[in-house]
Design a protein around this ligand. Structure first.
Ligand SMILES: [Zn+2]
Length: 280
């Protein structure tokens, strides 16, 4: 059984990593949007969730930096559920979340961020995923979707992803340093050329460049995913550098659409499904 302390310890390590990322030199210049996000992840506003062994169906017990009642819509505290493999044996919402969380996700229905604690990536990368999901939480809060069941059209979700990934590539720029910046600029240039020629580009397999941002990829899964992430970052950078604002937005959404329909959308659809079938 994963104890609450195990979850809280890992949450603390993640928080420290997040603080380190936010203290990186030049980050507020490169990505000023990070400031309101950091305001959201202070320890008093974050509840580390732990499934309740006495009430497996309810997933109601919560402890951590602060307490959060899982079924209380008036509660605006952001939840963090660090999913471990044995959580998949649980019943109810906790088990469902655990079974379906590949790497990271955010559910507005429960205002909770889900992170796979044993995803084969570095702690820094997981902290980066956390940033991604906090942005979704922030947008949901702004749009009044927290603690509500929603069923949003796909293009609306892709538009949100485009916004979230824009900040992510900027954070990576601050983390990666000069050598990384040169590499991604070079790739952005070549992606722009392929757009101009309307020629398909299958990617450059340069995920290793992200080692400068996140540390060395610790697994084959990480390496493959970083190849995709690097291409996404480079495409987003190319859109911002070489296209006018409207075309850049269109291009980014198109990039997200291709990537998500091939890789991530099952996770998204699952979260929609939870909203529909479970009144949580
Ligand atoms: Zn996302």
């Amino acid at each position: 059984m994963i104890t609450e302390n195990t979850r809280i310890d890992l949450a603390r390590k993640l928080m420290n990593e997040i603080k380190e990322i936010s203290n990186t030199r030049g980050i507020t210049k490169q990505a000023p949007e990070i400031i309101p996000i950091m305001d959201m992840v202070h320890e008093d506003g974050l509840a580390v969730l732990a499934p309740d062994p006495e009430d497996p169906s309810g997933f109601s017990a919560t402890r951590g930096f602060a307490k959060k009642g899982f079924n209380k819509p008036e509660e605006d505290m952001l939840g963090l559920y660090l999913v471990f493999p044995e959580d998949t044996k649980l019943e109810g919402v906790a088990g469902m979340y655990a079974k379906k969380t590949k790497c990271g996700a955010y559910s507005s229905a429960t205002h909770t961020i889900l992170i796979n604690a044993q995803y084969p990536e570095t702690l820094r990368y997981l902290a980066f995923v956390f940033f991604h999901e906090v942005q979704h939480a922030q947008i949901a809060q702004k749009e009044g979707r927290v603690w509500k069941q929603t069923n949003r059209p796909r293009n609306e979700r892709y538009k949100e992803e485009s916004k979230v990934w824009t900040l992510e590539y900027k954070i990576a720029l601050a983390l990666g340093g000069m050598k990384y910046e040169r590499a991604i600029r070079k790739r952005a240039l070549s992606i722009n050329r392929s757009w101009q020629r309307e020629r398909a580009d299958t990617g450059s397999g340069e995920g290793f460049q992200l080692d400068a941002c996140f540390g060395k990829a610790p697994s084959l899964v990480a390496k493959k995913e970083r190849d995709m992430t690097f291409e996404l970052f480079a495409a987003f950078m190319a859109a911002d550098l070489f296209l006018d604002k409207m075309s850049a937005e269109e291009r980014k959404i198109k990039t997200i659409e291709v990537l998500y329909s091939q890789n991530y959308d099952r996770e998204d659809l699952f979260l929609e499904n939870i909203r529909e079938t479970n009144n949580v």
